[in-house]
Structure formats: structure tokens, C-alpha cells
Design a protein around this ligand. Structure first.
Ligand code: SF4
Length: 168
């Protein structure tokens, strides 16, 4: 049974910076739930950040730049939270290793979970191409990451490979 890592906020858990969720209503996700495939994670909360918390954005870079030590994650107001974001990403990766997870569906545009877009660091609502810190780390370890807008693609990826029994 291939497991899928999912952003906790997409599963209705109120873990976002503003105390809300981003629940997705999708039959495929309901099917994954009934099959017991889903492993839920909120990297920021797992790293010890509070609910609610100040919004955070990556300044002059993306998740890859953060992992390479070339950019920082700032809370609105200027507090640097880079270490928390890297810690959360590492916890998500450990979950993937523990459950042999190769596919993740994470919330688009988050500085942790964004897979195609993030906010641009100006706290003005502008998005830019890039990935969050957790997504960058998972992809560096070969995990395919999709957003909540690509659930059908994630479903195809789950079923693209079959676990054949080992020969003895
Ligand atoms: S987008 Fe990721 S880090 Fe942000 S609340 Fe959702 S699960 Fe947590």
C-alpha cells in the first residue's frame, strides 16, 4: 500500500498561520482516506511553531536557496524563522522515510509546502515561481510533490508503479 504525505491543513486541520484550514473536497482524497493511505503533516507546527503564528515568507529566494544557506525565512515584522522551517522539512522527510512515501500532496504557495509558487518575501500578496522549504527537501530525496490542484496527477503517480512480490 503506497502511502501519501498530505499537508494537514488540506485535510481540514486548523494549523495554518491564521488558525484556519484549506480543506480539499475531492473524491480521490476520500478514497485515499478510506484506503488508509494518508499520512498527515504540518511541518511548521511539527517544528514547534504556534497556532496562530505570524505569516512568514522567504526573502530573495525559495526553498532551495534556504537549504543552500543563501536565503532566510522571515516572519512579518522581521523575526528570522529559517531554522524552524528547515526543522519542519526534516520532520516531513523522516515521515516519508518511515512510511516509504514517494508521493506528497502539499498546499500550494506556502513557504513550507508550496510546490510551484511561493509568496515573494514582500508580504504584499505577490506570488512568484518557486518551492517551499519542505518541498525542496523532499524533492532532493526523490519524492514527487503535487499541489491540491493536481490530485488526479498524484493519483496516477500512486498507481503508476505496482509493488510486485519479491522472488525467493
Ligand atoms: S501549508 Fe504546510 S506548513 Fe502551512 S499550515 Fe498547511 S501543512 Fe502547515
Amino acid at each position: 500500500m503506497k502511502k501519501v504525505l498530505m499537508s494537514a491543513c488540506l485535510l481540514g486541520k486548523k494549523v495554518r498561520y491564521d488558525g484556519g484550514s484549506l480543506s480539499v473536497h475531492d473524491q480521490l482524497v476520500e478514497r485515499w482516506k478510506s484506503e488508509g493511505r494518508i499520512i498527515s503533516v504540518c511541518p511548521e507546527v511539527e517544528a514547534g511553531m504556534s497556532i496562530p503564528r505570524k505569516p512568514a515568507e522567504i526573502f530573495e529566494g525559495d526553498g532551495n536557496s534556504v537549504l543552500d544557506g543563501e536565503a532566510e525565512v522571515f516572519e512579518k515584522g522581521g523575526n528570522v524563522v529559517t531554522d524552524d522551517f528547515i526543522a519542519g522539512a526534516s520532520i516531513a522527510l523522516e515521515l516519508c522515510k518511515k512510511f516509504n512515501i514517494e508521493i506528497a500532496v502539499l498546499a500550494e504557495s506556502s513557504p513550507s509546502c508550496g510546490s510551484s509558487f511561493i509568496y515573494d518575501g514582500s508580504f504584499s500578496g505577490n506570488r512568484t515561481l518557486g518551492t517551499g522549504v519542505t518541498v525542496a527537501l523532499l524533492r532532493r530525496h526523490g519524492i514527487q510533490v503535487f499541489s491540491q490542484h493536481e490530485i488526479a496527477d498524484a493519483h496516477k503517480a500512486i498507481h503508476a508503479t505496482v509493488d510486485f512480490p519479491r522472488r525467493t
